[in-house]
Write a protein that binds this ligand. Structure first.
Ligand code: SAM
Length: 291
C-alpha cells in the first residue's frame, strides 16, 4: 500500500501528475499517519459498516476506512485526483469513488443504494469552506449511525457547546437535535500539507435511534431556534417577536410565560427540551404551519 502520508513519496507523485493544491476546494491533505488511523478506529468502523467518505483527496483516510469497512463510498469533487487515487487506493475492491459535488447528492437515496445490509456511517476530513452545509445534509439525511468528521476546532467546540456557554448557538442546537456530539482529539496544523491557518479537531456525532425529545413541528422548532440566536444578547421575547411577527410583542411574551419560563429568559440558556416546549406553545397560538 502506498504510504500516502509520507511526503517524500507524495510530493514527487503529486508533481508527476502536475497537481496543484486548490485553496478554493479546501485541499489540506493529511500527512500524519496517526490521524486517519485514529479517525477510522475511533469512529468504530468495522466490516458491518458502509462508510460514506467526503473528499478522499489523495486517500489517507480512504485507505484506513477500506482496511476496516464492509464498503466505502467516497465522493470527490476534484477529478484531477483520479490518477493519484488509482495508485493509492486502486487495490481496494470494497471502494467506489463518485466524482461529484457532495452537496448535489441525494444522500438518503445514495446510502440506500450503496450500503444495503450495512450500518451506514459518514467519515471525513471535511473541506472547511462547506462544513455547515455538509453537516446539515448528513444529519438531515437521518440515515447514519454516526458522523465522524474533522473540522476547524472552533466549529467542533460550537457543535458540542452546552446551553449558556459562549460557543452555544443555533448550529449547536441543530446538531444536538439529531446526535450526541463527542470531541475526540485536536489535530495541529503541522499534520497537513499545506498547513491550514487554524487548529483542527475530530468530532463524533452519534445519531439518536430514538430522539430523547418530542418535537411535533420541526419547522416551528428550528424557526424558533434561529430567531432566538439572531438576537442572542437580548431577551428571548425580542427575538421571538421579530422572528414570529404573527405573534405580536404581547403574544411573544405570553408564549414564553405560558411555556413556564420567566419573561426575561434568554434563548442562549435554553436546551432542546425547553425550545421544544416554547415551539409547541407557538403552534398552539398560530396553528403551526409544517411546510
Ligand atoms: N481526505 C483527504 C485528507 O484527509 O487528506 C482530503 C481532505 S481535504 C481537507 C478536502 C477534500 O474535499 C479535498 O480533496 C477536496 O477536493 C474535496 N472537496 C471539496 N469540495 C467538495 C465537494 N463539494 N464535494 C466533494 N468533495 C469536495
Amino acid at each position: 500500500m502506498v504510504d500516502v502520508c509520507d511526503i517524500q513519496v507524495m510530493k514527487p507523485l503529486l508533481a508527476q501528475h502536475g497537481f496543484h493544491f486548490s485553496k478554493a476546494k479546501g485541499q489540506n491533505f493529511l500527512i500524519a499517519p496517526w490521524v486517519p488511523r485514529s479517525i477510522a478506529e475511533d469512529a468504530g468502523v468495522d466490516e458491518s459498516a458502509g462508510v460514506l467518505e467526503i473528499g478522499p483527496g489523495i486517500g489517507p483516510l480512504t485507505q484506513q476506512l477500506c482496511l476496516r469497512a464492509g464498503k466505502v463510498c467516497a465522493v470527490e469533487l476534484d477529478s484531477r485526483l483520479k490518477p493519484i487515487l488509482d495508485l493509492t487506493v486502486g487495490e481496494f475492491s470494497n471502494l467506489e469513488i463518485l466524482w461529484e459535488d457532495v452537496l448535489k447528492l441525494d444522500v438518503p437515496a445514495l446510502v440506500k443504494e450503496k450500503f444495503p445490509g450495512l450500518r451506514p456511517m459518514a467519515c471525513a476530513n471535511l473541506p472547511y469552506y462547506i462544513t455547515s452545509p455538509i453537516l446539515t445534509a448528513l444529519l438531515e439525511a437521518d440515515c447514519f449511525d454516526s458522523v465522524t468528521v474533522m473540522v476547524q476546532k472552533e466549529v467542533a467546540q460550537r457543535i458540542a457547546a452546552a446551553p449558556g456557554s459562549a460557543d452555544y448557538g443555533a448550529f449547536s442546537v441543530f446538531c444536538q437535535y439529531y446526535a450526541q456530539p463527542e470531541l475526540l482529539f485536536d489535530v495541529p496544523a503541522h499534520c497537513f500539507l499545506p498547513q491550514p491557518k487554524v487548529t483542527s479537531a475530530v468530532i463524533s456525532l452519534r445519531t439518536y435511534r430514538e430522539r430523547p425529545w418530542k418535537v411535533d413541528n420541526e419547522k416551528t422548532f428550528f424557526r424558533l431556534v434561529r430567531a432566538s440566536f439572531a438576537m442572542r444578547r437580548k431577551k428571548l421575547s425580542n427575538g421571538l417577536a421579530s422572528g414570529f411577527p404573527e405573534l405580536g410583542k404581547i403574544g411573544a411574551a405570553e408564549v414564553i410565560t405560558a411555556a413556564g419560563f420567566d419573561a426575561n429568559v434568554r434563548g442562549e440558556t435554553l436546551g432542546i427540551p425547553e425550545f421544544a416546549r416554547i415551539a409547541a406553545e407557538i403552534d398552539k397560538r398560530t396553528g403551526g404551519q409544517r411546510r
